[in-house]
Design a protein. Structure first.
Length: 359
């Protein structure tokens, strides 16, 4: 076992952060559920699907990918690849499913799903518990999460956390992240009041009993804009390089890589095309997602997609590419805080091997 007693507690809370941060169910982590009906169906996706199907093999290989939470714009590339026929062109029949109680990591390691969506913080802990998951692509290049507060709380720097009330889940990682960005600013994390708000909605909580929370801007931050409730957002990556980790990531199992490398390669080739489509065509990609998941609020999807699309690839040489130092920096930071009892073998935790060249 590679996780201390404290780290074991951290695993469950980190999984909550990873799941909620990459998904659409918990507004406290940046993902308020949306229920407005979608706009009318687009004609672009069916036409592209029909064109793709013409070139596809007659018999498609069934493949399942488990999301980390409810569908949202982190997942747009998957839906684009499916709806535009990119998976079929590669000989794959891809089913996109929500994780249920088991979670995507468990579904992938058990073989129930060939692929899944997770996050670096969760995968770091899983690998140290000998869970044979491997990250095969970074969906977003830089961490888009941070601490957010309504502007009337006047939280402009990490030092301003002092005397304020933070709403979270009671994870040691939350206080550690606060400390990491407060210390260089001369702040004292012990002067922050910590309140466990669990599954409470971010917008409700800040009106009731907290001043700030940890959110993902692509969903909750964008929703705040649409609500006319502007936030002060302090991105973790702007204050602590070790917190600029990959979240979310695409995963598969060591077994899938060993036994079906051609499926992994085909899946990533099509998925890369899907995310490139979302990068190049945010408005059309938002329509694809809204049509595929009509329970999402199309206005939020569109605004979120426009904000997020440039961040999928960002400054990377190609979409999905991962760097060793990003994996090491985060794990070494956790190890230094004694949240892990041994260093992470980062080189075995991720691979760029299956990403297509020249994207």
């Amino acid at each position: 076992m590679g996780v201390t007693k404290t780290g074991t507690l951290l695993l469950s809370s980190m999984l909550v952060i990873a799941l909620a941060g990459c998904g659409g169910g918990n507004s406290n982590t940046g993902n308020a559920g949306a229920s407005a009906p979608a706009a009318g169906n687009s004609t672009a996706a069916p036409e592209a699907t029909a064109a793709g199907a013409t070139d596809a093999p007659e018999e498609l290989i069934p493949v399942k990918i488990a999301l980390d939470w409810t569908p949202n714009t982190n997942h747009t590339g998957l839906y684009a690849a499916r709806e535009l026929g990119y998976y079929a062109e590669e000989g794959l029949d891809v089913e996109i499913v929500q994780p249920g109680a088991a979670g995507s990591d468990t579904m992938v390691t058990s073989g129930e799903a060939q692929f899944g969506i997770s996050a670096q913080e969760a995968l770091t802990l899983a690998r140290l518990q000998d869970v044979p998951l491997v990250s095969i692509a970074a969906i977003i290049q830089h961490n888009t999460s941070g601490f957010a507060a309504p502007k009337d709380r006047n939280i402009k720097t990490p030092k301003d956390f002092e005397g304020k009330t933070y709403g979270g889940w009671g994870s040691p990682a939350e206080q550690a992240a606060m400390k990491a960005i407060m210390d260089p600013e001369g702040g004292d994390v012990s002067k922050v009041k910590l309140v466990n708000i669990g599954e409470a909605d971010f917008f409700t909580a800040v009106k009731r009993d907290i001043d700030f929370a940890w959110i993902f801007y692509a969903w909750t931050g964008v929703e705040a804009e649409l609500r006319g409730e502007p936030l002060d957002m302090l991105y973790l990556k702007d204050y602590a390089p070790q917190l600029d980790y990959y979240t979310p990531v695409l995963t598969t199992s060591e077994k899938e890589i060993a036994e079906h490398p051609e499926v992994v390669k085909a899946f990533l080739k099509a998925t890369t095309k899907g995310y490139q489509y979302a990068i190049d065509n945010p408005e059309e990609a938002a329509t694809v997602l809204s049509d595929a998941v009509p329970e999402l609020d199309p206005k939020l999807v569109l605004a979120s997609q426009k904000w997020l699309s440039p961040k999928y690839k960002d400054d990377a040489a190609r979409w999905g590419e991962q760097k060793l130092d990003i994996w090491k920096n985060y794990a070494d930071w956790m190890y230094g805080l004694k949240l892990l009892d041994k260093p992470l073998d980062a080189e075995s935790t991720f691979t760029n091997e299956f990403l297509p060249e020249g994207q």
